[in-house]
Design a protein. Structure first.
Length: 528
């Protein structure tokens, strides 16, 4: 029987990993939801397929999205007449599952001892909000996958070809989100340092370093640079409209730290990182020894290169999130670096306890349990919002979104026929998407309007909800209905539309006789 014990052991461990993987993917599917912001990208994708260009409104070229590659992927269901919401959910879960697989094989490759415990895989598998943001209709799952996969390839690269693949994936990350440049620059820095170290034994070190640098930048030169050039010409602006709408040029550290601590106090397992790091410094008293050699031929040096790659990326990204004030969605901006946190935990545990199977196992159990026993700051709150940061998946319940979708689709013909122009706010992008309103303006930030986006910011507030369009501007744009009218005396002069089964009301800014007559015939609308 002893002959079969190792085989049975491997089968047993693989069975456990498969069960955990299945559990995580099934959990992500059960938690599936769609954020209202996703309908902005969906409308861009729909207009693109319909031949109007990558625009939100047919008459204006404004870059109101920050996820180019994801938006392009969302053209697929529109082209093949599939359910775009379901497609986005399935695609997101595929990228989430792929990230889990990358983490598993990362552990398999970096652990050279006889015992194998996929620490990063286990931690990320049980991370609740990574499961939640596997869907949402946003690019989070894709962006996270590209970062983790590209970094894994760079860490284990043994030739220029694998480096090019790694930088190709990083270039795709930049096309997905502009802040992907933080990870791209970190990759360039790490490989540059590694090249300097490896070139010491070369006959012509400068030539070797320049050669590696130029070849690895080919994906960036042929993908990112042309994209930036074309989109700058197309939209007449290098920075997306969202950059101005969210005042990304301004610092908002006070809100950024609230966002940071809300996440880390919830997933307090990551407070182990600085503790482990202190232990490693004490253990490896000569810290400089870590960076003397980056040849990937043993575990210790591989760990050193992993630290060199991950630390600048994580610290740079955290600084970026702090500076812009985080996000109004809880945890969303930290999901892309969450797998990197688990990778750091794993290599730190291996560094500290590499000769002790017992302590590696106990540390893994400890990290997994802490991940599962996260603190939920929103528990017991009737409205899941803290300091302007909301747990969006608790707001956009699947059933209510589906019911709203059915109703909005029934209005589509009327909105198109009457050329109804709307002004919408938070949680109302779905109206613009399903009614196919010919002209729609997002008025709380100006995501889809360059004038509102560039208005001066008088007072900081909730990220992504800090600018309100002047009434005169909406009247100039001949808006028929304001779906989210502010509490302003200026709006008292306008009549309202009460919608059957909906809380709140719309304000009628433009009482077009033809539009009002057609709208009054619909049982869902009551004009007062």
């Amino acid at each position: 029987m002893r002959i079969f014990n190792p085989v049975l052991k491997k089968v047993f461990l693989k069975g456990i990993v498969f069960c955990i993987f299945t559990y995580s993917v099934v959990s992500a599917y059960k938690l599936k939801w769609i954020s209202d912001d996703a309908f902005i990208s969906l409308r861009y994708a729909k207009n693109f397929v319909n031949g109007f260009g990558l625009v939100f409104n047919q008459s204006e070229k404004i870059e109101g999205y920050t996820n180019f590659l994801w938006t392009i992927l969302l053209t697929i269901p529109h082209y093949f007449q599939l359910d775009p919401v379901l497609f986005s959910e399935i695609l997101g879960i595929i990228f989430y599952a792929s990230t889990l697989l990358v983490l598993f094989f990362f552990s398999r490759k970096i652990q050279t001892n006889s015992i194998f415990i996929p620490i990063a895989f286990l931690g990320f598998s049980f991370h609740r909000h990574s499961q939640i943001f596997a869907t949402s209709g946003l690019e989070t799952s894709l962006f996270t996958f590209l970062i983790v996969f590209s970094f894994s390839i760079l860490i284990f690269s043994k030739n220029i070809s694998s480096l090019v693949v790694g930088f190709f994936l990083l270039a795709l990350a930049v096309l997905t989100r502009m802040d992907g440049m933080i990870f791209y620059i970190s990759g360039v820095f790490a490989i540059f340092v590694k090249s300097i170290s490896n070139a010491k034994n070369s006959k012509n070190p400068i030539f070797q370093i320049v050669k590696i640098f130029l070849i690895t930048q080919i994906p960036f030169l042929f993908l990112v640079i042309p994209y930036w050039t074309i989109k700058t010409i197309y939209y007449d602006s290098f920075f997306p409209n969202t950059y101005y709408a969210k005042s990304a040029n301004l610092s908002y550290f006070s809100q950024g730290f609230k966002y940071f601590f809300l996440y880390f106090n919830s997933y307090y397992v990551f407070y182990l990182l600085p503790i482990f790091f202190i232990f490693i410094i004490i253990k490896n008293r000569n810290f400089n020894l870590w960076f003397q050699n980056f040849k990937l031929n043993n575990l210790q040096n591989q760990n050193s290169f992993t630290y060199l790659l991950l630390f600048p990326a994580i610290l740079g990204y955290i600084f970026y999130v702090l500076k812009i004030g985080g996000d109004f969605m809880f945890s969303r901006f930290f999901i892309p670096i969450t797998p990197l946190f688990y990778i750091l935990l794993e290599i730190s545990i291996l560094n500290i306890f590499h000769n002790s199977r017992k302590w590696i196992f106990l540390s893994t159990i400890f990290i997994t349990v802490l991940t599962l026993l996260r603190f939920n700051p929103y528990k017991g709150k009737p409205i899941p919002i803290i300091e302007g940061i909301s747990d969006e998946s608790e707001i956009y319940k699947r059933k209510s979104v589906e019911e709203l979708t059915v109703k909005l689709k029934s209005w589509r013909e009327v909105f198109i026929k009457n050329q109804i122009r709307i002004a919408f706010g938070g949680s109302q992008a779905i109206f613009a998407y399903y009614t196919d309103s010919p002209f729609a303006i997002e008025v709380e930030t100006g995501l889809t309007d360059s004038y509102i986006a560039r208005l001066p910011l008088n007072k900081r507030g909730r990220i992504g909800h800090e600018k309100n369009s002047p009434l005169n501007y909406l009247l100039e744009r001949k808006i028929h209905f304001h779906l989210n009218p502010p509490e302003d005396p200026k709006y008292n002069q306008f009549r309202i539309v009460q919608i059957k089964g909906f809380p709140g009301f719309w304000k009628i800014l433009n009482e077009d006789e033809y539009v009002m007559r057609n709208l009054s015939t619909m049982e869902d609308f009551l004009i007062k």
